[in-house]
Design a protein around this ligand. Structure first.
Ligand code: AHG
Ligand code: MN
Ligand code: MN
Length: 323
């Protein structure tokens, strides 16, 4: 089985990008180690802090954020990082070529119950020209991403990675190496499985209520077949399932926070996951527009997300267009 860096070299990926991905994996391995020991390493439970989005931080949200920030900013290739857990972007080498955004720990409500969590990342390049250090360096649409991926910390740790030429998966071996285990992953174009938090149903738009209602009606409804449902409350785990066997995942707009476009974050969740799904032949949308074409206005911007098997995503978009 091939080592991550050998595989990327073989694919003729830019050597600086390979070095950056190796650095990211150094941090993810450290996070995987901390997670493995759970209660024994004293990292479970909540902290006294609230992040910029008003969410109570888990101890591990903070630890994972600190590990990623330190390891990345120690690499002179990195100009700056933007994180779900930081108020503003944090800068390193002014000559650095890359910008990295990340959700240090996705699905963190699952930590204390020993269910899968993950780290999501996206790599951008510093735009050409002279720029001062500021959040605005990061405000590039998802189509500009050089690479994106996640590490799922489940029963085993898996990296799903795209550098814009398909999606490959690497499993973390006991030796500390990520080894190629799934090459050229593709999302089946149709599916009979969906993932959505049904408890928010009464806050959705009518089009979403109709669409999910028809899935639930199964063989008695207009879709004329039965659908299965999953909700892990960890986007990394949901996207991993979809990359593995297809499916549809949505966290749509809802009226609990009418001024907010959605719950998930465009730069740390929406864009990297959209790049992975599209690179595997799936589709990703706000229900109306392609997520990767959104011009971000601020780094913590939120977005409605529906992604997965292409034909099912297109069906969901038709419900929204028709409404
Ligand atoms: P995070 O743990 O980084 O805040 O993200 C959690 C996200 C996403 O992973 C998941 O799909 C969703 O929030 C779960 O939200 P609900 O608890 O509202 O179902
Ligand atoms: Mn998240
Ligand atoms: Mn998070």
């Amino acid at each position: 089985m091939q080592l991550l860096s050998n595989f990327l070299k073989h694919k003729k990926i830019d050597s600086e990008l390979i070095e950056l991905i190796d650095t990211l994996m150094l941090a993810c391995k450290e996070i995987a180690l901390q997670l493995r020991e759970g209660e024994l390493s004293g990292v479970l439970g909540i902290s006294d802090n609230t992040n910029v989005q008003g969410e109570t931080q888990k101890k591990l949200d903070i630890i994972a954020n600190e590990v990623l920030k330190k390891v990345l900013l120690d690499n002179p290739l990195v100009r700056g990082v933007a994180s779900e857990e930081e108020d503003h972007a944090v800068f390193g080498n002014p000559e650095g070529r890359f910008l990295v955004t990340f959700d240090p720990l996705d699905g963190s409500s699952n930590i204390d119950i020993n269910v899968s969590v993950g780290t999501i990342f996206s790599i951008l390049e510093v735009p050409p020209g002279e720029h001062e250090d500021s959040d605005s360096l990061f405000l590039q649409p998802g189509t500009q991403q050089l690479a994106a991926g996640y590490v799922l910390y489940g029963p085993h740790a898996v990296l799903a990675l795209t550098t814009g030429d398909g999606v490959n998966m690497f499993t973390l071996a006991h030796t500390g190496d990520f080894l190629l285990t799934h090459e050229d992953v593709t999302v089946p174009s149709t599916t009979r499985e969906f993932a959505i938090n049904m408890s928010n149903q009464r806050y959705w738009e009518p089009a979403m209520r109709d669409y999910i209602g028809d899935l639930i009606a199964g063989s008695d409804g207009p879709r004329e077949q039965n659908y299965n449902m999953r909700w892990i409350a960890s986007m990394v785990a949901e996207v991993h399932r979809i990359l593995t066997r297809g499916g549809l995942f949505s966290y749509p707009w809802d009226s609990r926070n009418p001024g907010q476009p959605g719950k998930l974050r465009l730069m740390y969740e929406g864009n990297p996951m959209s790049m992975l799904i599209e690179q595997a032949g799936g589709a990703s949308t706000t229900c109306y527009d392609r997520i990767m074409e959104i011009q971000p206005e601020h780094i913590h911007q939120r977005v409605a997300v529906a992604l997965g098997s292409r034909e099912e995503v297109q069906t969901l978009m038709r419900y929204h267009q028709d409404s």
